[in-house]
Design a protein around this ligand. Structure first.
Ligand SMILES: C[S@@+](CC[C@H](N)C(=O)[O-])C[C@H]1O[C@@H](n2cnc3c(N)ncnc32)[C@H](O)[C@@H]1O
Length: 372
């Protein structure tokens, strides 16, 4: 037995884990894994962070910037794009992983439910390969022959245990999923508006903003309130003076949806307003975190420049000197001029892909001096 009274076989080093993120947000997720979870990040590739932890604990499921977390069974970053890959998938799946151990670790976080255990085998494939996804799935299932105990039932929906193979270009990653849909969709998000952000992307924005005790955080174009909800979540976990969360939108339906969603999370000050004329005092907020409409969402996309210019004038007015803004847009060229003309300094720029749409997440600092 080990010091903790666990059988020696369980005291062997844990297998690595991997987290899926939105492409472009790996560095933010890696920072959360490292600083909040105490994990050791081993590798990042687009949309993926491989890491190690000392113990598999429920804290893994509290990560905010990751879409899903898995125990790593095997991985390769040298797929050949030919049918040879199918042999590799079959052989590595059959021989490389210690499946009983992976399953045991999975069950420690996700105890068995009543009735026959259910499982699913999932293959996702992106990019052009010399074989189809169904071929990869067949090879994967052949490799898993004898791994799933007889009597377990295969189901497509909400299986208790899911074994995944993800193929993105030349990278293949195989593992056992630890998270369920509540990691990516949360439990508060009952309602959406058009172009509502994925909560993990909103969490990454709030994280980049660096929200501290006693701060006021503003989203002046809040849509369904996803950023506000993630800011409230950070506020809950901060010791010291409470964080104040303020938001609004021009659309009454968005305000209705936001109040419904935030009902589950905490208290925010909400207003229906025009973000180009905010009813807020000058230098009254510490952080602006927002995702203004993209050009494609406006009736006429050429309105985007004037809208960003008018909104930026208000961000600059209400933000305290030295305050920070984190903004997600697709027309980055329209965002920069009004901020640079006010001598805001860009501290971070991430090219992100959200649900197929390329966009730019940028962090800015307002000067803490008044220029001449
Ligand atoms: C991309 S959506 C924000 C989505 C939000 N981050 C979420 O997760 O649901 C942009 C929002 O800006 C709002 N909006 C557009 N023009 C506005 C204005 N002048 N003042 C306030 N809100 C505005 C739209 O109604 C829309 O809800």
């Amino acid at each position: 037995m080990s010091r903790k009274g666990r059988p020696e076989s369980d005291a062997a080093p844990l297998p690595p884990l991997y987290a899926m993120t939105h492409a472009g947000l790996e560095a933010v997720a890696a920072d959360e894994i490292n600083r909040d979870l105490g994990g050791e990040v081993k590798k990042t590739t687009r949309g993926l962070v491989v890491f190690r932890v000392k113990d598999v604990t429920p804290d893994l499921l509290k990560l905010r910037t990751t879409e899903d977390v898995y125990l790593l069974a095997w991985g390769s970053d040298s797929l050949a794009f030919t049918a040879d890959d199918l042999n590799l998938i079959r052989t590595w799946t059959a021989r490389k992983p210690d499946w009983p151990r992976l399953f045991k670790l999975h069950h420690s976080l996700r105890p068995k439910t009543k009735g026959r255990p259910t499982f699913n085998i999932i293959v996702q494939m992106q990019g052009e390969h010399g074989y189809r996804r169904t071929d990869a799935r067949e090879a994967f299932a052949e490799g898993l022959a004898g791994v799933i105990p007889a009597g377990w039932q295969r189901t497509d929906e909400n299986a208790w245990l899911e074994i995944w193979l993800t193929i993105r270009g030349k990278v293949a990653t195989c593992g056992v999923r630890l998270s369920d849909r509540t990691m990516r969709h949360r439990t508060y998000k009952l309602d959406h508006v058009l172009a509502s952000l994925r909560p993990t992307a909103a969490a990454a924005m709030v994280r980049l903003a660096g929200v501290g005790p006693g701060m006021t955080v503003l989203d002046p174009m809040c849509g369904a309130g996803t950023i506000l909800a993630e800011a409230l979540d950070v506020a809950r976990s901060r010791r010291g003076d409470p964080v104040r969360v303020v938001g609004g939108d021009i659309d009454p339906n968005a305000m209705f949806v936001t109040s419904q969603n935030l009902d589950q999370v905490g208290k925010a000050s909400l207003f229906r307003w025009d973000a180009t004329a905010l009813p807020l005092a000058s230098a009254s907020v510490d952080r602006v975190v927002s995702n203004p409409p993209f050009g494609v969402q406006l009736g006429s996309p050429e309105e985007i420049g004037p809208l960003y210019a008018a909104a930026a004038r208000e961000w600059d007015r209400v933000l305290k000197p030295g305050g920070r803004a984190v903004l997600l847009v697709s027309e980055f060229d329209s965002l920069q001029p009004p901020l640079r003309s006010r001598r805001w300094a860009m501290t971070r720029q991430l090219k992100v892909r959200l649900l197929g749409q390329p966009c730019v997440l940028s962090a800015w600092e307002k000067p803490d001096w008044v220029g001449s």
